[in-house]
Design a protein around this ligand. Structure first.
Ligand code: ARG
Length: 416
């Protein structure tokens, strides 16, 4: 059964509450771009970190090489091992992410040589397939060409995630699909996307948005996403038979595609990465937020919760959604985790960092959103402030595309 939902009379003007790991790109507080870099100092600092943490000898010789390179070209070329460590530490220091216990397992795909949109598209499809791994999700990052020290990004993906669902206006106040992506859907259509099954295909609440990929050598291009590269889980509930009739589903792999990887004074604006879902991200935000699928009133009605007299009807409906998500992913052998388990793993990560003599960076409100409880270990303490490099940063211009549905202000296409 397809469903549409009514947009709330007024969309709240205040910023939405924080989502979970690692970053929700629609939050109204994008990380500020770091101050202008002293590339030489950052490169030196990174190489020291790399050699200390990996125990590799040869820091002095490597530094001589890199500083000569910096003098001659204004930038430097990390080895694949350095790139790998840089990306892993960027994850380790991502203060909003609760899943960081696994940082050393990040699979880093060194794709710096892939420079054209068709090549990037091909590699992104492979990223999805490799990360999905028939449900046993692997954490993966695909790193494309570094930004130029003079002209900035050489490639970028305009989508905020590789898998998102379109939003369609079906009447003045009705939306089909993910209402947050109405503008991005319009943008894709204006650039030639024909919709999920061509111009005549019926629209559904779960149509995969195409990718918009831009490089410094080509105009931005729209690429449909092959549905077979996208694992999806149909949602059912362990006790409520009616739940399946809602026709809900969600994709298995969240791949963030608009954050900039940064380390050693270098930036990689095109470096999509994924982990796996915390059930609550899907259940309590994507399916429940009024500006997303807005399902709480629907669930409450079908479950027969008394919205007129029971002040906890929303809490109950949220719990029904959480049960359905965790149950359905587990049942289809697709990686997922509940927030209590992840809170404990995070506490283990923090203990490990502190034993290693490193500050455990963390943004408390992002680590402990609803439905984390005061009894969960991540709730019970504060963390070191800051987002030092290596890290992932969300730039205003990148976040703005999905918010506004307008192309980024500055084109990457270089004259000549
Ligand atoms: N909250 C985002 C979403 O629902 C995903 C953010 C990344 N999450 C993760 N578990 N790696 O799609």
């Amino acid at each position: 059964m397809l469903f549409t939902h009514r947009r709330p009379a007024a969309v709240p003007a205040s910023p939405p509450p924080p989502a979970t790991c690692p970053v929700d790109h629609t939050a109204l507080r994008p990380s500020a771009p770091p101050p202008p870099v002293d590339r030489e100092a950052e490169a030196r600092q990174f190489l020291e970190l790399f050699h200390t943490e990996t125990g590799r000898p040869g820091l002095d010789a490597r530094w001589q090489q890199v500083s000569r390179e910096l003098d001659a070209t204004g930038t430097w070329l990390p080895t694949t091992d350095e790139l790998t460590h840089g990306a892993r530490v960027a994850w380790r220091q991502s203060s909003r992410c609760i899943g960081r216990l696994r940082w050393q397992g990040l699979v880093v795909r060194d794709l710096r040589h892939v420079r054209d949109a068709a090549g990037i598209h091909r590699e992104l499809v492979q990223h999805l397939e490799y990360a999905t791994n028939r449900g046993r999700i692997r954490s993966v990052i695909s790193v494309f060409a570094p930004d130029s020290p003079d002209t900035g990004p050489r490639a970028r993906v305009w989508n905020d995630q590789l898998v998102r669902y379109a939003g369609w206006k079906t009447s003045q106040e009705q939306t089909l699909g993910d209402a947050r992506y109405l503008e991005f859907t319009r943008l894709a259509i204006s650039m030639g996307w024909q919709g999920p099954r061509g111009r005549t295909g019926a629209r559904t609440a779960f149509d995969l948005l195409p990718w918009i990929i831009e490089t410094d050598g080509e105009q931005p291009q729209v690429f449909p996403v092959p549905p077979k590269a996208v694992r999806e889980v149909k949602l059912t509930h362990p006790r409520y038979g009616w739940f399946a009739s809602l026709g809900l589903r969600w994709h298995a792999v969240p791949v963030i595609s608009n954050m900039r990887l940064s380390f050693g004074g270098l930036d990689f604006s095109c470096a999509p990465f994924n982990g796996f879902y915390l059930g609550a991200e899907i259940a309590t935000r994507n399916l429940a937020d009024p500006d997303r699928y807005n399902l709480l009133p629907v669930v409450a009605e079908l479950a027969d919760f008394d919205v007129a007299t029971d002040p906890l009807w929303r809490d109950k409906a949220l719990l029904v959604l959480q049960e359905a998500v965790l149950h359905s992913f587990t049942d289809s052998r697709t990686s997922i985790v509940d927030h209590h388990t992840e809170s404990e793993r995070f506490a283990a990560f923090v203990a490990r960092e502190e034993r290693a003599g490193r500050p455990a960076y963390g943004d408390w409100s992002w680590l402990n959103p609803y439905p984390m409880t005061p009894q969960d270990p991540s709730w019970q303490r504060y963390y070191a402030d800051g987002e030092p490099s290596p890290n992932f940063y969300l730039d205003d211009a990148a976040a703005e595309v999905v918010r506004s549905g307008l192309p980024p202000a500055r084109s990457l296409l270089r004259a000549g």
